[in-house]
Design a protein around this ligand. Structure first.
Ligand code: KG4
Ligand code: ZN
Length: 363
């Protein structure tokens, strides 16, 4: 089909989102992308509360769909298909989206396509920068942290990832420990500018272990101890100590990500890609020093660096619509029996990850 227009729906964590993406003559374009966050609903609880998230999704998702269609300037009859995040994520939220998508599909007869949320993130650099397969991807956010070689629309090889928390969670926890506002990432980054990254030594967990797995929970604990020691010594948290702790923490994350990315690049380059490329996505990719370190590393290795605009690399539904396009074009679809999956690893061959984070499943 020369022209395909698809609606995307996303509700796997704490953002309710809907978007319309159109592919015409081989090029895909985002016609609209609506995201309604829930930060204020969860603020008092120090993390995403799954029941509150699910109820909020159920309340606002249909409005998001309406707004996405309106902003795209189209009606439901102009759509060729409906793509929805079918996992991994907080199951109540995923179900809200899947139920809405099934209702729309049943009412209109439009094909329904279940999309893996991580595939949505991983394929976004093709939408924004036209990257050629295979490329290396680092997904780094409040809920994700993994290296993927993206070999095709449905072919992902997981090289490694966090064995516990995601870096965004660690930034958020650090902000709480230092009395800084949420979301923690931007607050810690700003505070770190005034600090000395070398005064307070923090660990680089798993640094000496081969491969590109990472760990961030030990870093949080070390930061808590270092903060307590600073407070005990000065009778409270001084302005300077707070900045030094933020700077020391950020320096540790930068160094961990730089070293593990270096190793992931080694593995990726063994594939001898014709147009080697690396993409970073997720909220943590907004961090200046992290981005600069990764960009520098890629320049050294002759690998093109890309970072999708923030609105498309944090959770959104345009990436879900885009990921659904390939299957829609191939005439594939899921029936109304589509299941919502709390866990759904992209690379079935890779060892499953343990634990489930504050922001949902990490698979
Ligand atoms: O991708 P995202 O918007 O949402 C999910 O994780 O689903 O990422 C949010 C995370 C938060 O933990 C936030 O603190 C972190 O990304 N973040 C940052 C920065 N901006 C956002 N972390 C470090 N530095 C930043 N500038
Ligand atoms: Zn995500």
């Amino acid at each position: 089909m020369a022209r395909l227009t698809i609606l995307g729906i996303e509700s796997s964590c704490d953002d309710s989102a809907a978007a319309v993406v159109r592919r015409e003559d081989g090029a895909a374009r985002v016609l609209s992308s609506v995201v309604r966050g829930q930060a204020e609903l969860h603020a008092a609880f120090g993390g995403v509360v799954p029941e509150i998230a699910a109820r909020a999704h159920a309340e606002v998702l249909d409005h998001c769909v309406e707004a996405a269609l309106e902003q795209a300037g189209i009606g439901i009859a102009d759509l060729d298909g409906i793509a929805v995040t079918a996992g991994p994520g907080l199951i109540g939220g995923v179900l809200s989206g899947v139920m809405l998508a099934k209702g729309l599909s049943a009412a209109t007869g439009l094909p329904l396509i279940g999309v893996n949320h991580l595939a949505g993130h991983a394929l976004t650099p093709r939408l924004t920068d036209g990257l050629a397969f295979p490329y290396l991807m680092l997904l780094v956010s409040g809920g994700h942290c993994q290296f993927l070689v993206v070999e095709g629309d449905d072919a992902f090889r997981r090289l490694g990832g966090t064995i516990d928390d995601a870096p965004g969670e660690a930034f958020d926890k650090t902000a709480r420990l230092l009395g800084l506002p949420q979301p923690g990432g931007p607050a810690v980054e700003a505070e770190a500018r005034a600090g000395d990254p070398a005064r307070i030594a923090l660990p680089r967990p798993l640094f000496d272990r081969p491969g590109c797995d990472m760990s961030f929970s030990g870093l949080k604990t070390a930061l808590l101890r270092a903060r307590d020691a600073e407070m005990a010594a000065a009778g409270g948290l001084t302005r300077a100590a707070r900045a030094d702790l933020a700077a020391g923490f950020q320096a540790a994350v930068v160094e961990i990500l730089r070293e593990k990315t270096r190793r992931a690049l080694d593995l990726y380059l063994e594939l001898a890609p014709a147009r080697p490329a690396f993409a970073v996505a997720g909220g943590v990719a907004a961090n200046g020093p992290i981005r600069a370190a990764l960009q520098e590393l890629c320049a050294e290795r002759g690998v093109a660096f890309s970072a999708p605009p923030l609105a498309l690399c944090t959770d959104n539904a345009a990436m879900i619509a885009f990921a659904g396009l390939g299957r829609l074009a191939a005439g594939e679809a899921d029936g109304l029996g589509l299941a919502a999956r709390p866990r759904w690893p992209l690379d079935a061959r890779a060892a499953p990850m343990i634990g489930s984070g504050r922001k949902g499943a990490k698979a």
